[in-house]
Every structure is written in structure tokens, then in C-alpha cells.
Design a protein around this ligand. Structure first.
Ligand SMILES: NC(=O)c1ccc[n+]([C@@H]2O[C@H](COP(=O)([O-])OP(=O)(O)OC[C@H]3O[C@@H](n4cnc5c(N)ncnc54)[C@H](O)[C@@H]3O)[C@@H](O)[C@H]2O)c1
Length: 283
């Protein structure tokens, strides 16, 4: 049985990734700095900002899924967010390389494009935003994710480790669909995330495919659902909130996602299957 280490398991996304890997027959070691409320896998406490602890948790593993991070800007002093996220990712990949681990997944973010936490109302240069879109964060969190992606590239050059960096859209767990009626008719609250969402179970599937697929090198992949989280058509959302954006690269007269998921679908043979429209009655 293949052994996978999953970090960040006491958070929002981690438990879904752990459950998915267990269901698919993996031997899972789950890791976090705080204990999970409920644990379906063997758990170890570690602070990943410490390299020695990363070596300790990764002993004997075939792959690592690194989700642990401070997941937003401005919740902590900037340097705390930057240091925690950058050093934990560096240490995980450094230790994985030292132990000869061949495959890793790290959580990057749509925030790395810069629109999400911009205080100057940065607009996307074009939509849907794909992986070629410039990354222009003004904040410590977005920058920490760019450094994480560059760390992945460096480790891949050094030892050939396959590292998939997922630029994840807004994570939604099944119970969160009950809140959707609060925003689906108002373009404003979710404008900076370009109305993206992605079900945690679809992310879990993508993580497994990233470990099971060969030949990816170091690659960045957006993860988003096929549609937006809104009951307003995508062209109307753009006209309302980003009228200055004229470079629109696919037809968006339906609910088409504005965070492109095409590259992940193609390289991983992945298809997001959980759609908020199937989870809310009377839409
Ligand atoms: N939630 C989202 O919408 C979203 C969107 C894009 C990307 N992401 C990324 O996905 C990942 C998971 O996000 P989440 O929403 O589950 O976050 P979360 O805050 O709910 O969970 C993150 C977990 O990481 C742990 N952690 C942080 N620093 C640590 C350290 N130094 N050592 C050990 N554990 C540490 C925390 O204790 C926490 O349990 C993060 O990397 C985040 O940046 C999340």
C-alpha cells in the first residue's frame, strides 16, 4: 500500500483529502500543528516551519500532499503569514527531496494572481484567468504562494521531483452550500474571487490524480468548478464589476467559470463533478 502524508488536516480542506485517500486504499499519515476535531487517519502533531519536524513526518512516505498554511492575507502580521507559508513549503519539499520522495502536491491559490486581496481594486487582465495570467499580488499571502511555486520549480530542477502546485479557487465543503442563497444574486461580495468555487471533494480527487499521474514535472494548475458560484450569467457579472475588462477569451453568456480549469482537466484527466446548482433546491 502506498503511504501518503497529508498536511493541514485540521483545517477546512484537509479532512476531505484525508477521507478520499483512505477510501482509495492509501496508507495516510495526517499532520497539523493543531489536533483535528475528528481523525480518520493516524495523526501526528508537527510545526512544518521546522525542517527537522518535516523530516520526521515524511520518513517512509511515497508522496506528500502539503495543504498546511495560513490561508488568507491580513489575518496575522504580514511577516508571520509569509514566514509560516514560505518556510513550511520550503521545509516540506526540502525534506521530501532529502528522503528521496518522488511526488508532491502543494496548495497554491487563485490569490497569487493578485485580484483577491488587492486594496487598489486590481482587475484581471483577461478572463477566464488561466495559468499564464500575470501574478501581481500586493499582499503577503499571494506572494507566499508564488514563492511556494518557485520553490517547487527549484526542487524539481534539483532532483526531478514531480510537484503539482494547485492554484485553488474558493474552497466549498458540502455543508456550505446551504449559505449560497445569501450571495448568488449579488455580484459584489464575491467579485474579487471572480465568483469562483471548488468543492473540497473535487480537490481531493485532483490531489490523488496528481500523485497517480506520471511525467508532470513541476506544474501549476488552477482548480475551479466548471461554473461560477452565482445565479447571474458570467458576462453580466463582468459588466457589473469589471466593465474595463475587454479581453474575454471564451463565450461567457452562460455561467462559465472565470478561473480556467482547462489545464488541470487536460493534464490530470480530471473533471469536477460537484456543482452548487445540484445542492440547492428551487434554483
Ligand atoms: N479555503 C480556501 O478557499 C482556499 C483557497 C485557495 C487556496 N487555499 C489553500 O488551501 C490550503 C488549505 O486551506 P484551508 O482553507 O483548509 O485552510 P485552514 O486554515 O482551514 O487549514 C490550514 C491548516 O494548516 C495548519 N497549519 C498552518 N501552519 C502550519 C504549520 N506551520 N505547521 C503545521 N500545520 C500548520 C493549520 O493549523 C490549519 O489546520 C491552504 O494552503 C490554503 O492557502 C485555500
Amino acid at each position: 500500500m502506498k503511504k501518503v502524508v497529508i498536511t493541514g488536516v485540521s483545517g477546512l480542506l484537509g479532512p476531505y483529502v484525508v477521507d478520499h485517500f483512505i477510501e482509495k486504499g492509501y496508507d495516510v499519515l495526517s499532520v497539523d500543528i493543531t489536533k483535528p476535531k475528528k481523525s480518520t487517519a493516524r495523526f501526528m502533531t508537527a510545526n512544518l516551519a521546522n525542517l527537522g519536524e518535516c523530516y520526521g513526518i515524511l520518513q517512509g512516505a511515497d508522496a506528500v500532499i502539503h495543504l498546511a498554511a495560513i490561508p488568507v492575507a491580513y489575518s496575522h502580521p504580514n511577516e508571520v503569514t509569509f514566514q509560516n507559508n514560505v518556510m513550511s513549503t520550503y521545509n516540506i519539499l526540502e525534506a521530501a527531496a532529502g528522503l528521496g520522495i518522488k511526488k508532491a502536491v502543494i496548495a497554491s491559490s487563485e490569490s497569487s494572481y493578485g485580484v483577491v486581496f488587492s486594496k487598489q481594486n486590481l482587475a484581471p487582465q483577461y478572463v477566464p484567468i488561466d495559468e499564464y495570467h500575470p501574478q501581481l499580488p500586493e499582499d503577503c499571502y499571494g506572494l507566499s504562494k508564488i514563492v511556494a511555486e518557485e520553490t517547487a520549480n527549484m526542487i524539481n530542477r534539483r532532483c526531478g521531483m514531480q510537484v503539482v502546485s494547485f492554484r485553488i479557487g474558493n474552497v466549498i465543503t458540502p455543508e456550505m452550500y446551504a449559505n449560497f442563497h445569501n450571495f448568488i444574486h449579488d455580484s459584489n461580495p464575491r467579485r474579487t474571487i471572480l465568483w469562483s468555487y471548488i468543492d473540497a471533494r473535487d480537490i481531493a480527487e485532483a490531489c490523488r490524480l496528481a500523485i497517480e499521474t506520471d511525467g508532470l514535472g513541476s506544474v501549476t494548475l488552477n482548480l475551479a468548478a466548471d461554473d461560477t458560484s452565482m445565479d447571474i450569467k458570467s458576462n453580466e457579472l463582468m459588466k457589473a464589476e469589471f466593465p474595463e475588462v475587454k479581453d474575454i477569451r471564451v463565450p461567457i453568456d452562460n455561467y462559465h467559470t472565470l478561473l480556467s480549469n482547462e489545464k488541470a482537466k487536460k493534464l490530470l484527466n480530471w473533471q469536477p463533478v460537484h456543482c452548487w446548482r445540484d445542492n440547492i433546491p428551487n434554483i
